[in-house]
Design a protein around this ligand. Structure first.
Ligand code: FES
Ligand SMILES: [Fe+2]
Length: 377
């Protein structure tokens, strides 16, 4: 590790690895340094499970979509056997990217010279290769990566060394059981190109301290900053609770499922499933902010709006889906200037790690985890 990187890591440990009441944020270099970004890709995003999509987006054999994780181009494909696989999207001939669109087909065909792969990644045909001595199709399968489903979400682990997902997330799975998330459908998607570090959004998502300033009309009246609180960290995720003021019932658009606990109907919760899966769990729906990270200061954000079919059994459901979409968009438009302003501030020569409020425990928990992962050789 270079001396400048080692001193930044040391500074990070000094300010973050303390009790919350004494802690600061990670220093700005963690949000802006290309070296930290490279280390994050290698040690955080390649080694851990990263959520990439919903199984219901590729219901049939041959359905697929493209996504990059830690700069690795992936093709997520449903096979003839029904299994979802994470294949390399890089052709074994001369590296053309496979499957740009969301097409469905019984094969994976390279647009460049039409090498054609089966849905499990094995090479089936390579035109005009008969004069290449010793060329063996068997040695030209697309590499595949760790892939697992959890609550209807597709997760990928590039390094193959992450512990089983279900084990680490067992406490969360128990809390989520009444939502039947594996049966939820995508009722809307909103896409944004974001020009700031991914952790700026993770921080923003995981504190309600900013409600009175940034969301004075949307969130603060019913979910006041002052009564929000983070759980004690007890796994590879952070949880922030936002109770409704005066213990009132939250407004819902759809019909909450039977069995959703009382606490969840009187407020809502947000989660960061490490490294970066941001989930808002409401009584009648789930909102997932998927970040496809491109560089130290850019990512594609796809906001997934999810609801259970039984919740959607309400009059005029299409209008309600539109309300959910518009409301979610409006809230992000309130947060966006703050995220962009923070990014500008992070680039300043005099920016330093900032002290945290007692309302920012979920940020603190994430950053403690992150610094541990970055240091893991
Ligand atoms: S690069 Fe794919 S067939 Fe040539
Ligand atoms: Fe916000």
């Amino acid at each position: 590790m270079k001396a400048s990187l080692e001193s930044l890591m040391q500074e990070g440990r000094d300010v973050v690895l303390r009790p919350l009441a004494e802690a600061s944020t990670l220093p700005p270099g963690f949000y802006t340094s290309p070296e930290i970004f490279a280390l994050e890709s290698e040690r955080v995003f390649r080694r851990n499970w990263v959520a990439v999509g919903r199984a219901s987006e590729i219901p049939n054999a041959g359905d697929r979509f493209r996504i990059d994780v830690a700069g690795e181009p992936l093709l997520i494909v449903r096979g003839k056997d029904g299994a979802v696989r994470a294949l390399s999207a890089v052709c074994r001939h001369r590296w053309m990217l496979l499957g740009s669109g969301a097409e469905s087909s019984g094969t994976i065909s390279c647009p460049y010279h039409k090498w054609t792969y089966a849905l499990d990644g094995s090479l089936m045909a390579a035109p005009l290769m008969e004069r290449a001595d010793g060329f063996e199709r068997e040695n030209c399968s697309l590499p595949s990566f760790g892939c697992a489903l959890w609550n209807g979400f597709i997760f990928v682990n590039l390094s193959g060394e992450a512990a089983p997902l279900s084990h680490a997330l067992a406490p969360l799975a128990e809390e989520f059981t009444p939502w039947k998330m594996d049966e939820m459908e995508v009722v809307g998607r909103i896409e944004f190109d974001q020009r700031y570090n991914w952790k700026v959004l993770a921080d923003n998502f995981m504190e309600a301290y900013h409600h009175f300033a940034i969301h004075p009309e949307t969130f603060e009246p019913n979910y006041p900053a002052a009564i929000s609180h983070a759980d004690e960290a007890n796994g590879p995720y952070a949880a922030l609770r936002m109770p409704h003021k005066d213990d009132g019932l939250s407004d819902t658009l759809f019909k909450p499922l039977d069995g959703i606990p009382e606490r969840a109907r009187r407020g809502f919760s947000v989660f960061n499933v490490y490294p970066s899966m941001l989930l808002a769990v409401l009584a009648d729906s789930v909102i997932w902010y998927r970040m496809e990270i491109e560089s130290v200061d850019s990512f594609k954000l796809t906001v997934y709006l999810l609801a259970h079919p039984a919740s959607l059994d309400v009059p005029d459901v299409e209008t309600l889906k539109t309300f959910l979409r518009e409301g979610t968009f409006a809230v992000h438009m309130e947060d966006l200037p703050a995220c962009e302003g923070v990014q500008r501030g992070l680039m300043s020569g005099v920016a330093r790690a900032g002290r945290l409020s007692h309302l920012e425990g979920a940020i603190h928990a994430h950053q403690k985890w992150l610094i541990g992962e970055l240091a893991r050789p």
